[in-house]
Design a protein around this ligand. Structure first.
Ligand code: ZN
Length: 336
């Protein structure tokens, strides 16, 4: 995942690079945009370029080699990564303060604030990358805020999130927002092909991924596909107990149960939007499912009720401990 050939975002990358070279990046940045489109990779590139012996993230030199491999360290000479941990998937206060995770194994030797106060290697900034920044809880967010307010010289935070609305307003307002657009479908598919995807899956992979790479993993893709089909079956009146399997959380997942419902609920909203399009005589965005959607589009049921139920469920996800009744309620609103 950390190969130097990043797909897309040429304009943003060039602009950031120009500003960096001109000393015109001040304070902290907030990278927003859909999940899985390479925001984090662009953030890493900024740090990698500075540590690269050739200053271009060549991917070959000793400096770049530190950024290679799937297990990127949490601490590099000019980069500190803060990532969510544990089943709850939150960024905890002790990670910010002391650099510890819940098993008390140091992930890096110092807390963020101490790390940020050290002077950077020659010719480098110090980058603090907060991945999935929407998983900062209130107390860790507040601790971070203190450093964000007055970052030490040559230290920049980059907060990366696909859910900026879930960040504390006080944090958002202290960062410069850099919005990322989805990849053009052709660029996303080119990456997919390099990862072994075959033409037969092109239409469904592209439709479901919407210019992101989050379904690059085959299991993730097959699951999303099964979720679409489960919703369509439920719309057709199949009993919940028979059809809802793929929508329910997986026990062995690293994501919290409630968080696992986000994808199926978002897929349902996309399906409902497509049904509305088809009723208005337009083509659905999920083109490969056009035929399967024809019957529910033609049936005289209200799309508003399930849409509201899904939105309401999404609002309650962070606190939800029993996903099945929640899904059942949304499914009940289908077809009525
Ligand atoms: Zn290099």
């Amino acid at each position: 995942m950390f190969s130097p050939d990043i797909a897309g975002h040429q304009a943003i990358r060039q602009r950031l690079l120009d500003r960096l070279q001109g000393g015109r990046i001040r304070g902290s940045l907030l990278f927003t945009g859909p999940e899985g489109i390479g925001k984090r990779r662009v953030a890493l590139e900024l740090a990698q370029r500075e540590i690269c012996f050739r200053r271009n993230a060549c991917g070959q030199c000793e400096g770049c080699r530190m950024f290679a491999g799937d297990d990127l360290p949490f601490e590099l000479p000019n980069l500190l990564r803060i990532t969510p941990e544990g089943k709850a998937g939150v960024i905890r206060i002790d990670q910010i303060r002391e650099g510890l995770d819940s098993t008390n194994q140091p992930r890096f030797s110092r807390g963020v604030i101490e790390w940020a106060s050290l002077s950077p290697p020659v010719g480098c900034h110090r980058w603090i990358l907060v991945e999935e920044a929407h998983r900062l809880n209130e107390s860790s967010g507040n601790i971070l805020l203190k450093t964000l307010e007055e970052p030490p010289p040559d230290t920049h935070f980059i907060l990366v999130t696909h859910r900026p609305e879930a960040l504390l307003q006080t944090i958002r307002s202290r960062c410069e927002r850099i919005p990322f657009a989805p990849l053009p479908p052709r660029e996303a598919w080119a990456v997919a092909q390099r990862n072994g995807w075959q033409e037969a899956d092109h239409d469904r992979w592209s439709a479901l991924g919407e210019g992101s790479l989050r379904l690059l993993d085959e299991t993730a893709f097959r699951r999303a596909e099964a979720q679409v089909e489960a919703w369509i079956a439920l719309m057709g009146g199949r009993p919940f107990g028979e059809a809802a399997g793929p929508l329910l959380p997986e026990k062995e997942s690293t994501l919290a149960q409630g968080e696992q419902l986000r994808q199926p609920l978002e897929l349902l909203l996309r399906l409902l939007a497509d049904l509305a399009r088809m009723r208005a005589g337009e083509a659905p965005a999920l083109t490969p499912w056009r035929e399967a959607l024809a019957a529910p589009a033609a049936a005289p049921w209200d799309l508003k009720a399930p849409q509201e139920a899904a939105l309401e469920a999404l609002r309650h996800l962070p606190r939800n401990l029993s996903p099945e009744p929640l899904l059942r309620e949304v499914a009940l609103a289908l077809g009525s």
